[in-house]
Design a protein around this ligand. Structure first.
Ligand SMILES: [Cu+2]
Length: 191
């Protein structure tokens, strides 16, 4: 767990930018049954990282709750949906037991510092410009393969045009909600 959590801390570095960026959806959307998946993306991993993360927005347009879990990924030996919480100023993540519930009419967003798909035991680094494929299983809607375009390590969100802007390189850690206490793990925000 320690290796994975280190990766998560690194990923949180750009949370503020991810939230601030209006991500234009260049990624392909996916539909299965009454489930709609938009903005799938993954973050490139630094050399030697044992795990990476992927994100997306899931909407349940149906009338019954559904539960999603990650079955497998082509880039890692394991794929698990994690939740992330703050306990005493320290971020902790744990597997979402029994699948992530999406209620009728609900939209759930997996994003840095929140719910995410953890790609554990990477077979190879996640390289910017590439794609990760993962198999998701919805209890009701069924199973679907989703492609996650890989954004650069310092990137906030997919499809955000660089346009010469360098906001993604800034480390405005103070704008992170959970980065309130000096010395806590959130200070480790430089990849
Ligand atoms: Cu995780």
């Amino acid at each position: 767990m320690s290796l994975a959590s280190t990766t998560c801390k690194l990923m949180m570095a750009t949370t503020a930018m991810a939230l601030a960026a209006s991500a234009s959806a260049r990624a392909k959307d996916f539909d299965i049954g009454s489930i709609h998946i938009s903005q799938p993306w993954a973050r490139a991993t630094p050399k030697g990282a044992s795990s990476g993360a992927a994100y997306m927005t899931i909407t349940n347009n149906g009338t019954t709750p559904d539960r999603v879990s990650c079955v497998s990924s082509d880039a890692s030996e394991q794929c698990v949906i994690h939740s992330m919480t703050t306990e005493n100023g320290v971020m902790k993540m744990r597997p979402v037991a029994g699948g992530l519930e999406i209620k009728p009419g609900q939209t759930v967003t997996l994003q840095p510092s929140g719910l995410h798909m953890m790609l554990e035991h990477l077979k190879h680094p996640l390289t910017a410009g590439g794609t990760v494929s993962a198999k998701l299983k919805f209890e009701n809607a069924g199973t679907i393969d989703v492609q996650y375009p890989i954004a650069a390590i310092g990137t906030a969100a997919p499809g955000v045009t660089q346009g010469g802007g360098t906001m993604m390189d800034s480390h405005s850690g103070n704008s992170m909600q959970m980065n309130s206490r000096p010395g806590d793990t959130m200070q480790m925000n430089k990849p």
